[in-house]
Design a protein around this ligand. Structure first.
Ligand code: GLA
Length: 373
């Protein structure tokens, strides 16, 4: 019988591609697809993990060097959170049984990992008796687990959006603080996701390679972070960089400018401009940052031509995963099916389509004995 239930949403990266770990800004949306974590004390002091549909019960190892692999690798996220609680001087329950479930497609670039981290963190700290974990600390804890215990050098976009999500809003993160704020999501626009089903796995090394390229470009240009440069400053210094690093730097510096322009356009409710910025972001990923794939490019090509689509782009780390589209009211399920058919005719696997709503951030949703709190 669970005594604590917590829920954390996935996220869409609205715009701000790889700007987060470069000290820039991002806009994300928490979405109405979730990971749930239910936890109960284990009186024998064991630390046990279960997943709905998973075959095995996993026991957390006490040896700090141990990691899971293969079909059990999902357990590295709860394990990383468990270890991070100690790193953050937060209470760890002495023993627990933890069950997780999800309706977020894994590997689609919708942050199923951050949602898992935050749901597990909330469930475990609540079980240990601490019921107030501010969202900024929750986001920092999730990122710490991912950076230091899972081994992905991600920024704060995923965990920050998942912690600070608000229905009807986008989450704006100035990643230097980080400082979190909200921008209203336009009431007359819709978010669609087209998941290529090409599994994107940040752990595979391409994400870390891009991170290193950005650091190397910043170092050569004599700045701490690429987002310290304006587009004009970068143009003046670009000649010092090898061609590949110049492309990476241009993507980051121009993407940073696009995030600011998107916020302004959203405030003016100018969705045509927002759409153009989204598609420009994709083209920059495609040609400069080179983190897109042919299947993502084809989706964006098709979506861009559709009269009910404002703009489209890959969402998240890239190298597979999903494209998102910002659409008008009149973009329907039938339009989405048509896009799906065109992809299949192009010999791609038919994408999985999701019409998403913006959602609230991670929260503890229930307690035993007194019922729901
Ligand atoms: C992944 C990472 C984020 C961010 C995006 C790209 O989602 O986890 O921190 O870097 O890629 O913008």
């Amino acid at each position: 019988m669970p005594t604590v239930l917590a829920r954390a949403p996935g996220r869409v990266e609205f715009i701000g591609n790889h700007t987060d770990y470069n000290g820039g800004a991002v806009l994300g949306a928490a979405i109405d697809r979730y990971v749930w974590a239910a936890a109960a004390p284990n009186p024998a002091g064991r630390w046990r993990l279960f997943s709905v549909g998973g075959a095995a019960v996993l026991e957390l190892p006490s040896d700090p060097g141990t990691k899971y692999s293969g079909t059990d690798s999902w357990a590295n996220y709860p394990l990383g959170v468990w270890r991070s609680l100690r790193d953050f001087s937060l209470p760890q329950p002495p023993g627990f049984d933890l069950l997780v479930d999800s309706n977020l497609p894994p590997g689609a670039g919708l942050s199923s990992s951050a949602a898992l981290e935050l749901a597990v963190a909330l469930a475990l700290v609540s079980l240990a008796g601490k019921t107030d974990l501010p969202p900024a600390q929750l986001a920092a804890l999730g990122r710490h687990a991912e950076n230091h215990h899972v081994g992905v050098p991600c920024g704060i976009l995923d965990q920050g959006t998942c912690a600070f999500g608000r229905a009807g809003h986008l989450v704006h993160i100035d990643c230097r603080g980080p400082v979190f704020s909200h921008v209203p999501f336009p009431a007359d626009a819709h978010l669609w996701i087209f998941n290529t089903r090409e599994k994107h796995a940040l752990i595979d090394g391409l994400y870390a390679q891009r991170h290193e390229e950005c650091l190397a470009a910043a170092k050569t240009l004599g700045v701490a972070r690429l987002t310290d440069l304006t587009p004009a400053q970068l143009r003046a210094g670009e000649g010092k960089l090898p061609p590949v690093l110049a492309k990476r730097a241009r993507h980051i510096v121009e993407e940073q400018a696009r995030v600011q322009e998107t916020v302004t356009a959203l405030q003016r409710r100018d969705l045509a401009v927002v759409g153009r910025l989204l598609t420009a972001s994709h083209r920059s990923s495609q040609h400069l940052f080179e983190n897109s794939t042919p299947a993502l490019d084809r989706l964006v090509d098709l979506l861009e031509k559709h009269p009910a689509v404002f703009g489209a782009r890959l969402t998240g780390g890239g190298f597979g995963g999903a494209a998102m589209a910002l659409t008008r009211d009149r973009f329907t399920e039938a339009d989405a099916v048509q896009i799906e058919r065109c992809c299949a005719a192009n010999h791609d696997r038919a994408p999985e389509m999701l019409h998403l709503q913006t959602a609230d951030g991670a929260t503890r949703i229930g307690l035993q004995a007194g019922g729901m709190d």
